[in-house]
Design a binder for this molecule. Sequence first.
Ligand SMILES: C[S@@+](CC[C@H](N)C(=O)[O-])C[C@H]1O[C@@H](n2cnc3c(N)ncnc32)[C@H](O)[C@@H]1O
Length: 221
Amino acid sequence: MLKRSRAVQSNQTGPHQDVSRRVARALAHPLQKPVAAHTQAAFDHAATWLGERNAPLILDSGCGVGLSTRRLAAAFPSHAVIGVDRSEDRLGRDHGELPDNALLVRADLVDFWRLAARAGWSPERHYLLYPNPYPKAAHLNRRWHGHPVFPTLLALGGRLELRSNWQIYLEEFAEAVVQATGKQPVVEAHHPNGDYLTPFEAKYDHSGQALWRLTVNLERV
Ligand SMILES: C[S@@+](CC[C@H](N)C(=O)[O-])C[C@H]1O[C@@H](n2cnc3c(N)ncnc32)[C@H](O)[C@@H]1O
């Protein structure tokens, strides 16, 4: 039986007033935190795998159980698709053999993105599918656009696609992208019509929740 889920509950009724302050701070103070050894090792493994393929890269950041990574690999057979998630439990669930052009990596994105940026990675497409919303206003700094790693995420470039069941998350993210890059993302309703890229997408849609999608073409910086 499918689990139903409740719509995001938040004490915010619109975009957080501190988004621009958080973005300005992230732009002024690049993250200095050292990279964890396990993420360095995971990144090195991914870099070797990617180096063995002469193919454009697709990143699936926060891939959960990796269903989207598999589906993207099938949809883009001449691309190399890397799914990254920090949850060993989610990545460990058996969803069948991985296609040859897909890799699942256990790593913290805060470190993984910085290593990818330093190594000159330039994903053609970058998916952020249903990131944790952290809906309490006090937790703005945990949302990707409120986090000090945000400029690094954008600097990777490519066609970025973010999906969420919380419209405010996308509105804030769009505001933050405009501030950091001058590019205006497109934010629109997303209607999967039964063609689900991820388990969370399926769960939210089956629960009757509205889904949203943000897309923007970013320059590699
Ligand atoms: C709400 S789930 C969505 C998973 C999947 N994209 C989906 O739609 O089914 C968010 C995922 O992001 C992962 N995540 C959150 N913060 C992360 C981080 N800093 N590094 C890596 N993964 C992270 C979590 O482990 C979780 O699997």
